[in-house]
Ligand binder design. Structure first.
Ligand code: F6R
Length: 566
C-alpha cells in the first residue's frame, strides 16, 4: 500500500502536494517524492518520511504535479526506488500503488528496444511503456501502456509539455477531488482540506484531470459521474470511514491475501526449501502462530522455536524467521545467534528493507501494506497465505484458493455476541490440528486488545488440567471445521458443554451437530484453509469485544507495534 496524489490548479503546487501527502503518510512511510511540470519535468525524491524529504523543497512548477509516499514492495527504500519514476528522456513521470505482476516480461521487452532502467521497482516499466507509445498522442499512449499491465494498480502520470494528469485504476483505490481545481489521490484524506466533493474511480477506468476539467472513460466510452459529498472528518477518512485502523485492516484482507499469494518469489523459495531436509522456524507472538500453521501443513520436518527461547533450544539447521516488522528484538537475537553458528537464515517479512531483511540470506515478503493497529490482523493472514502458497509450490499443488469474505459478513452478529462477552473474566479457545493455531491466535487477540484473560488450548488437552476451570457460563470458543479433527473435537466440546460452559462454535455452515451444541454458532463455507478464513471471525470477536468494553483496539495498553527490546 502506498499513497499517491496529484494536483492541477492555481495554488502553490509543491505546497499542496506536500500537505496532501502528509495526510496520506499512514499508507506508507519509507520514502517520498514529488514531480512537477515546469519548462521540463523536475522532481525530488528519497528514502525517509514526507517531512524529511519534502518539507522545504521548491520546484519550478506550472500548475500541475504528482506525489507519492511509499511502502516498499519491490526494491529497498532508497532514492532510486522512490517514486515518481521516469523514462530515460524525462518525458513521463509516474507514481503507482499496487503490484505489476508481469513487470519482468515488460522490462525485458523494453530493454530489448533500448530502454534503460535505474531502479529495482516494478513501477519503472510504466513511464517507459508510456514513452514508447507517445507517438500515438499522450492519452492514447497512457491507455496503451495501462492495457499491457497485469496486476493491481492505481497509476497517476504526468507527461512533459502537457498540464494534464493521467490516471488509471484496477484493484487499488483512486478518487478525484473536484471543485474549481482537480485532485487525484489514493483516498479523500489527501484533498479533504480543500474540497469534500469526491468522484470515486472504478476498476478498469482511465482518464485525466486538467485545469477546471476531468474526463473518465471505460472500454473507450466516456463515463459521466457526479461528485459525492464526503461528510467524514479527516480522522474518519484516514480510516476509510471505519472506526479504527484495526477494523479497516481486518476488512482489507481479501486484497492483502490476494496480493501476497501472487508473489512470484514464493515458488523460487519453495524450490529452495525442497532441497533441505530440515527447517527451523522462529518468530514471536502472532508470527509464531503463523510458523506453527506451516509446521502442521508441511511435509518436511520442521521445528518451531519461539524467538525468545531460541538460544536455549536451537540445535542447528537452516532458519526461517517470520516477522511483520522485521525489527522484533527477540527474533533478531535468534537470527544473529543462528548466523554466529554459521547457519543460513531466510526471512518472511512485511516491511521491506527492515533490519531482518538486511541480515537474512534470502527474504520473501508478505504484501499486506502498512499495519497501523498494534494487533496483527491482515499481516497474520498474509503470513499464512505466503506459507500455504510456499507449501503448495513445494508439493506441486495449485495455489491456495482462499476466500475470507464469509467471515467478514458475520461482523454484525459478532458485535451482538461481544456485548455478552464483555462481562467475562476468562475465556477458552480450543481446536485440534492446525485449528489449535487458530485457538492460540484467537486467545492472543482477545487478551491483548480487550484485556480479558484467555487461553488457547488443544481440544485434547482440556482434560489434563484446564477442565477444572470450566464452570457455568465460561465462554469457550470451539474452532471446529469439518476436517479430520472434527469428530474428536465434538467430543471435547461435549466435555465443556456438560460443565455448562457457554459454547461459541465456529464450523462448517451445514454442521447441524456443532450448531446444536453451540450457544452461538458462526457458520463458514467449506474450506481447505480454516486457519486463514476462521482467523477473520476471531479477529472480529476480539475487536468488537474490546470496543464494547471501551478499550482502544488500535493502541492496547503496555504494547507496541514493533517490539525492539528483549
Ligand atoms: C499480536 C502482535 C504481536 C506480534 C509480535 C511479533 O497481535 O502483533 O504478538 O506478532 O510482537 O512481531 P513481528 O511479527 O513484527 O516480529
Amino acid at each position: 500500500m502506498c499513497g499517491i496524489f496529484g494536483y492541477v490548479g492555481d495554488k502553490d503546487v509543491c505546497k499542496v502536494l506536500y500537505q496532501g501527502l502528509k495526510s496520506l503518510e499512514y499508507r506508507g512511510y519509507d520514502s517520498a517524492g514529488i514531480a512537477v511540470i515546469g519548462d521540463s519535468l523536475s522532481f525530488v525524491k528519497d528514502a525517509g518520511t514526507v517531512d524529511q524529504v519534502l518539507s522545504s523543497i521548491k520546484l519550478p512548477s506550472k500548475r500541475a504535479g504528482i506525489a507519492h509516499t511509499r511502502w516498499a514492495t519491490h526494491g529497498k527504500p532508497n532514492q532510486i526506488n522512490s517514486h515518481p519514476h521516469f523514462d530515460e528522456n524525462m518525458k513521463v513521470g509516474v507514481t503507482h500503488n499496487g503490484i505489476i505482476e508481469n513487470y519482468k516480461e515488460l522490462k525485458k521487452d523494453l530493454m530489448a528496444k533500448g530502454h534503460t532502467f535505474k531502479s529495482q521497482t516494478d513501477t519503472e516499466v510504466i513511464p517507459h511503456l508510456i514513452e514508447d507509445y507517445l507517438k500515438l498522442g499522450n492519452f492514447e499512449a497512457f491507455k496503451k501502456a495501462v492495457s499491457m499491465i497485469k496486476g493491481s494498480y492505481a497509476i497517476v502520470a504526468i507527461i512533459d509539455g502537457s498540464e494534464k494528469i493521467y490516471f488509471a485504476r484496477k484493484f487499488s483505490p483512486l478518487v478525484l477531488g473536484a471543485n474549481d481545481e482537480y485532485f487525484v489521490a489514493s483516498d479523500v484524506t489527501a484533498f479533504l482540506r480543500w474540497t469534500n466533493q469526491a468522484i470515486f474511480i472504478e476498476d478498469g477506468e482511465v482518464g485525466y484531470i486538467q485545469s477546471k476539467k476531468y474526463y473518465i472513460e471505460k472500454g473507450g466510452v466516456e463515463v459521466k459521474r457526479k461528485p459525492t459529498t464526503i461528510e467524514w472528518s479527516f480522522e474518519e477518512a484516514a480510516k476509510d470511514g471505519f472506526d479504527h485502523f484495526m477494523l479497516k485492516e481486518i476488512f482489507e484482507q481479501p486484497t492483502t491475501i490476494r496480493n501476497t499469494l501472487v508473489s512470484k518469489k514464493l515458488e523460487e523459495f519453495a524450490n529452495h526449501l525442497n532441497t533441505l531436509d530440515k527447517l527451523v522456524l522462529t518468530s514471536a507472538g502472532t508470527s509464531y502462530h503463523a510458523a506453527n500453521a506451516f509446521k502442521y501443513a508441511s511435509n518436511i520436518p520442521i521445528d518451531v522455536i519461539v524467538a525468545s527461547e531460541f538460544t536455549s533450544l536451537y540445535r542447528g539447521g537452516e532458519i526461517l524467521a517470520i516477522s511483520q516488522s522485521g525489527e522484533t528484538a527477540d527474533t533478531m537475537t535468534a537470527v544473529r545467534y543462528a548466523k554466529s553458528l554459521g547457519s543460513k537464515v531466510d526471512a518472511l517479512v512485511n516491511v521491506v528493507g527492515s533490519t531482518l531483511t538486511r541480515i537474512a540470506d534470502k527474504t520473501i515478503y508478505t504484501h499486506a501494506g502498512p499495519e497501523i493497529g498494534v494487533a496483527a490482523s491482515k499481516t497474520f493472514t498474509a503470513q499464512l497465505a505466503a506459507l500455504y502458497a510456499v507449501d503448495a509450490h513445494m508439493k506441486g499443488n495449485p495455489l491456495p484458493q482462499i476466500d475470507v469474505k464469509p467471515g467478514l459478513l458475520h461482523s454484525k452478529e459478532i458485535k451482538k455476541l461481544a456485548t455478552k462477552l464483555s462481562g467475562a473474566k476468562s475465556m477458552f479457545y480450543i481446536g485440534r490440528g492446525p485449528n489449535y493455531v487458530s485457538a492460540m491466535e484467537g486467545a492472543l487477540k482477545i487478551k491483548e486488545i480487550s484485556y480479558i484473560h484467555a487461553e488457547g488450548y488443544q481440544g485434547g488437552e482440556l482434560k489434563h488440567g484446564p477442565l477444572a476451570l470450566i464452570e457455568k457460563g465460561v465462554p469457550v470458543v470451539a474452532i471446529c471445521p469439518s476436517d479430520k479433527y472434527r469428530e474428536k473435537m465434538i467430543g471435547n466440546i461435549e466435555e465443556v458443554k456438560t460443565r455448562d460452559a457457554y459454547i461459541i462454535g465456529i464450523g462448517q455452515e451445514d454442521d447441524n451437530e456443532l450448531k446444536s451444541l453451540s450457544d452461538t454458532f458462526f457458520g463458514m463455507p467449506k474450506t481447505d484453509y480454516p486457519t486463514v478464513t476462521y482467523a477473520v471471525p476471531l479477529q472480529l470477536l476480539a475487536y468488537h469485544t474490546a470496543v464494547i468494553m471501551g478499550r482502544n483496539p488500535d493502541k492496547p495498553r503496555n504494547l507496541a507495534k514493533s517490539v525492539t527490546v528483549e
